[in-house]
Design a protein around this ligand. Structure first.
Ligand SMILES: Nc1ncnc2c1ncn2[C@@H]1O[C@H](COP(=O)(O)OP(=O)(O)O)[C@@H](O)[C@H]1O
Ligand SMILES: Cc1cn([C@H]2C[C@H](O)[C@@H](COP(=O)(O)O)O2)c(=O)[nH]c1=O
Ligand SMILES: [Zn+2]
Length: 195
């Protein structure tokens, strides 16, 4: 339990793609496991890059996860599928509906440690819901940076590339992918086509 409030809490790990969000999430889970705590991990059905029932990093590390469909109960299914675990981890929060914020609040109010990871900006450089609201209600927020693929400076933005070209501003927001479609870039090197 939280030393100050005597209750649960929310930790958000955010930042650009490739910044090490999932690595950091797995590091925290390994430590919770060493401490003998029961852990439940959730991932959205939409992200199938690493196989249906795992969360994975861009450098090959993974952890077993429960897959949550955004249809039906959506993120409320997370609460229904808990079996007494007091550490709850949610990866790829950017693929969940806004209801995830209320779900995380409820879990923290039930004295749980909630660790949420997800990228905070769309490829357009706009806030990626529900991360902004999650960051606002969280007790702890870590915003990580990758390395800009163009200039080597710290990267805060997600560059979407379609056949090697910057994506157009009117493209759909959701496109599951990794190195084949995205690069980490700094503010100066991030490009968006508007023609
Ligand atoms: N441009 C980059 N900047 C930093 N790390 C990168 C970059 N491209 C690939 N990587 C690799 O990605 C790893 C982070 O992967 P991951 O934790 O899955 O990131 P995230 O969850 O933030 O997308 C790094 O440790 C590194 O090996
Ligand atoms: C910027 C942006 C990203 N996505 C997708 C691409 C990936 O599948 C995930 C982010 O994964 P990571 O673990 O943070 O590397 O989100 C998207 O659908 N739309 C976007 O604008
Ligand atoms: Zn750059």
């Amino acid at each position: 339990m939280h030393a100050i409030t005597g209750s649960g809490w929310i930790e958000v790990i955010s930042g650009s793609m490739f910044s090490g969000k999932t690595e950091e999430l797995l590091r925290r889970l390994r430590r919770a496991e060493i401490a003998g705590q029961e852990i439940a991990v959730f991932t959205p059905a939409l992200d199938d890059r690493y196989g249906e029932t795992t969360i994975g990093t861009h450098n090959g590390r993974s952890w077993e996860a429960n897959v949550i469909d955004n249809e039906g109960e959506g993120p409320w299914d997370i609460r229904d599928r808990l079996n007494g675990e007091m550490v709850v981890a949610i990866d790829e929060a950017n693929f969940f509906s806004d209801a995830l914020v209320e779900v995380c609040q409820t879990l923290a109010e039930d004295d749980r440690r909630v660790i949420v990871s997800g990228t905070d900006q769309t490829y357009r450089g706009e806030p990626f819901d529900p991360l902004p609201d999650l960051m606002a209600v969280a007790e702890y927020v870590d915003k990580l940076q990758a390395i800009c693929a163009e200039c080597g400076e710290p990267a805060t933005r997600n560059q979407r590339l379609i056949e090697g070209e910057p994506a157009h501003a009117d493209d759909p927001t959701i496109l599951v992918g990794a190195e084949e479609s995205y690069e980490a870039r700094c503010r100066d090197c991030h490009v968006l086509r508007r023609d």
